[in-house]
Design a protein. Structure first.
Length: 118
């Protein structure tokens, strides 16, 4: 039995949708804690970065947060979770193809979604 989170989480899109709902509704993490998790953090040399407590935080040109996410891979599996706060949309990509590039796929998918939202 695998009992660690890093590299040993087995999931599917239904699980990820439930997890996303729990995050959005503050049932998994309290709102105040989530705000702290998405805030900027500092490196050991005092520089501010956009990696807040496990989440990569995306900001617009003005410095306002427009989304957050996390991605990773292990043993042939790749996962990408992105919560686009401004558009109130979450994208989850799960793959078991070694030659798959989730970033390239995400950008193409996001462009299609935004094109159809207009």
């Amino acid at each position: 039995m695998l009992t660690v989170g890093d590299g040993a989480v087995w999931t599917n899109l239904d699980d990820m949708a439930a997890w996303d709902r729990a995050l959005r509704n503050h049932k998994l993490i309290r709102e105040k804690t989530m705000q702290l998790a998405l805030g900027p953090s500092k490196t050991t040399n005092g520089k501010t970065n956009d990696y807040g407590l496990g989440w990569l935080v995306y900001r617009d040109k003005s410095g306002n947060m427009n989304g957050f996410g996390h991605e990773g891979s292990w043993g042939g599996f790749q996962t990408s979770y992105y919560r686009y706060v401004v558009a109130d949309r979450t994208t989850v990509i799960l793959s078991n193809r070694g030659d798959f590039d989730p970033d390239t796929f995400w950008y193409a998918l996001n462009d299609l979604i935004e094109e159809h939202e207009r």
